[in-house]
Ligand binder design. Structure first.
Ligand code: NDP
Length: 492
């Protein structure tokens, strides 16, 4: 088939961050004829049900501590109630605005869009939900991922992160299952918004895979802020509290974990309207035998790639164990005309990575310049309170590889210490003993996300500890410690 026989040079399935960027660059910069299909809202996980609304909720939740702190700085502010409806209205308006921006960006680049589901019929053909087919020289799958619930009877009584932004009412009490990014971020957000938060994590410490000391401080700070965090604990059973109760009293609740009839009644009232948790308070039994009733349960137990019923395997695209599309370093699948980027490939599931994969794909296929995606030394932040920013190797991973020096300091930051708070921050560098290169940087502090972006440049550039030290401190800041730690805390 000649190139001109195809309807398009590129058909993109999925209008999230990665797909939209690939489509725009292919059409706008390389002059390709491009179409894109999206079955839901443009912007994908990040813009519509992930990073953006989450971060706005982080901001909203941060104000709950401001009044007390401000008093210590001489301000007499009054704490009013948090108005979820008002905030949610503004949030939805902002998401509408951003979706329009995404649509305009595509239109201005000359990308034709189809607001419907698409699946692959063959290596060059896409079938749309309305039954029409489109052919393309290249097809890019950028369908992202979706949250998954554990395999547990009645798990559909719990909500997932997608549902949070649409709650009619905030719950009074919330149980969060999981100890990853989403679980910890929403535990802090909801606590800040005044919700009683309990968190069960099955492992020994939350945020598995991150630097031990850093995640230890995050866990400690979360507990200090009032989050009832239980590690080594999981949910084993759940059902509607009303189905287990007689006269509002949950059966079998023990003294430590049970809810009173009044609590159960309160919960019933405040649970009204939550989308997935609409049905009322939920009785939960945990691995340690405890039973408790919660207003709402949030499963933050991971995300799976969205490859179901896409026709991928039928045409020879290989999928991994979790349904992820297997690709090479150029994001090419086992079918040469089909590429995949972003969370659907389950490489590094972060928006900026999907965007880079999209740009590398466009450069490779339409720019004639094969460009592999660099997945090394990607900085990231977890928007807990305090935030955690990280780039490079954890102390544990680094010392498994080579002898290292650890430079670490933990202290009370000026602003909250002045307000009499016990909050601590952590600044940590993991340094190769042999090369002196800074292998990892870990920060737990307010705005750690902002700080790690800057530190990430130095770590990515493989600067040495001595080059860090040669940089003059900015005083007084928290992050000046990154250039003033002279003596190793320990060697390993
Ligand atoms: P994660 O994989 O980070 O965490 C999933 C959590 O659920 C883990 O603690 C896991 O435990 C636990 N879990 C999994 N299955 C079960 C089960 N059956 N029962 C109980 N617990 C279970 O997934 P998230 O959904 O939090 O986030 C998905 C991805 O999205 C992240 O990896 C990240 O790439 C991205 N993300 C990034 C953010 C950011 O950059 N700030 C914010 C949010 C998401 P265990 O550790 O034992 O496996």
């Amino acid at each position: 088939m000649a190139d001109t026989d195809f309807d398009y040079d590129l058909f993109v399935i999925g209008g999230g961050s990665g797909g939209v960027r690939a489509a725009r660059v292919a059409a706008g910069e390389h002059g390709a004829k491009v179409a894109l299909a999206e079955e839901d809202r443009y912007g994908g996980t990040c813009v519509i049900r992930g990073c953006v609304p989450k971060k706005l909720m982080v901001f909203a939740s941060g104000y709950s501590d401001v009044v007390d702190e401000a008093k210590c700085f001489g301000w007499d502010l009054k704490q009013g109630p948090f108005d979820w409806h008002d905030f949610r209205y503004r949030l939805m308006k902002e998401l509408d605005r951003l979706e329009q921006v995404y649509r305009k960006l595509l239109a201005n680049s000359g990308v034709e869009t189809f607001d419907q589901r698409a699946r692959l019929r063959d290596a060059h053909t896409v079938e749309l939900a309305d039954g029409t087919t489109k052919t393309a020289k290249h097809i890019l799958v950028a369908t992202g991922g979706h949250p998954v619930r554990p395999d547990l009877p009645n798990a559909d009584l719990g909500i997932v992160s997608d549902d949070i932004f649409h709650l009619e009412k905030l719950p009074k009490s919330l149980l969060i299952i999981g100890g990853g990014y989403i679980a910890c971020e929403f535990a802090c957000i909801m606590r800040g918004l005044g919700v009683e938060v309990t968190q069960y994590y099955r492992g020994a410490q939350i945020l598995r895979g991150f630097d031990e000391e850093a995640r230890g401080l995050v866990a400690e700070s979360m507990r200090d802020s009032g989050i009832d965090l239980h590690t080594g604990t999981n949910i084993v059973e759940m059902s509607l509290a009303s189905e287990r109760e007689e006269g509002g009293q949950p059966t079998g609740s023990d003294a430590t974990m049970g809810a009173s009839a009044q609590q159960a009644a309160d919960l019933r009232e405040s649970a009204e309207g939550a989308k997935a948790g609409q049905s009322g308070p939920i009785w939960v039994k945990s691995t340690n035998g405890g039973e408790k009733v919660f207003d709402m349960v949030l499963f933050a137990t991971g995300r799976d790639p969205s490859t179901h019923d896409m026709g991928l395997e039928d045409i020879g695209v290989k999928l991994g164990r979790r349904g992820e599309i297997e690709v090479d370093e150029y994001s090419q699948t086992a079918v040469p005309s089909v590429y995949a980027i972003g969370d659907v490939t389950d490489r590094v599931n972060l928006t900026p990575v999907a965007i880079r994969e999209g740009m590398a794909f466009a450069e490779t296929v339409f720019g004639g310049n094969p460009t592999p995606v660099d997945h090394e030394l990607i900085p990231s932040a977890i928007f807990t309170q305090p935030e955690m920013g990280t780039v490079g190797l954890s102390e544990e991973d680094a010392r498994d590889r080579e002898p290292v020096e650890i430079y670490c300091t933990s202290f009370k930051p000026m602003q909250t210490a002045f307000a009499g708070k016990a909050d601590r921050v952590l600044m940590k560098l993991v340094v190769s003993k042999e090369t002196r290169v800074v292998l990892g940087c870990h920060i737990v502090a307010p705005h750690a996300g902002e700080l790690i972006q800057m530190a990430g440049i130095a770590v990515k550039a493989k600067l040495t500890k001595e080059q860090f030290d040669a940089t003059c401190a900015v005083h007084p800041t928290m992050s000046e410690e990154l250039v003033t730690m002279r003596k190793p805390t320990r060697t390993a």
